[in-house]
Design a protein around this ligand. Sequence first.
Ligand SMILES: [Zn+2]
Length: 287
Amino acid sequence: MNRLRTYPQAQRRQKNFLLAAISLFATMTTPMLSAEPRNPALAPELRVVGQGWNTDSNTVKRVLDSTTRAFWENLPHLQIGGPIIVHPRGGPITLLRRGPDGEIFIHLDTGDTYWSQYVFQMSHELCHVATLANNDSHADNWFEESVCEVASLYTLRKLSAVWHRNPPYPHWRDYAPRLAEYAHDRMLIRQIADDVTLADWVDDHRMQLQQNSPLRRDLFIAVANRLLPLFEQHPYHWASIQYLPTISDDDQTLERYFQIWYSNSSAQHRAFIRELVSLFGVTLEVY
Ligand SMILES: [Zn+2]
């Protein structure tokens, strides 16, 4: 259903990949150190509702607020026009339908005290919220899915550093490394070989990517692993994702998709977008 976005549970396959990918450990970077979010008051208002959290909902809200501040500090000027209503089940998914007062509805698929999974799912869905009312029916929606996978990895690694310095509860400091470990395990699910360019890899997997199957999240992870360093080095440019195109033409080329993104964006993000799309072998018409 095109009005919904979804993706499967994150955790199940990670351990199977862990041993196979162990040799890749050396290539993984460590989370960057980070200061506390600069503009926490500007993060969207969250309302944690519904049954099934299986733990204290005030604690859940604290974790999700911390997640939202960490991601949204890079989007200080993005107004979404209403609070975000978060349910524990029925997703992970962000409904494009809004409530009567502009409410945005996020359904997670988590509960209990799986805090890393909360952070992982919430940051992915916040990324979709930040792209605003993007149409997800076009052929290259895999790109947005990959970027939102980056959002999860980015936020997990960032919060790992933030919680080390200032956890939601003092006794949670010991939990901080587990956030980075969760991201690390996720990144190991699929990697593109070092001697293969992202452009060549996407050419080889274009049809599978365009199927946008929830069963092939590994493809998005592969792309995300290549994009993560760019966003970690330049988190200011997370704001560029609000300009992703809202097109639904099946004949749309990736080059055209990127060109519209560039054209829609404000001037301060254009060099970043040029650099990012160059990884896909795309040269933009610059003006
Ligand atoms: Zn998604």
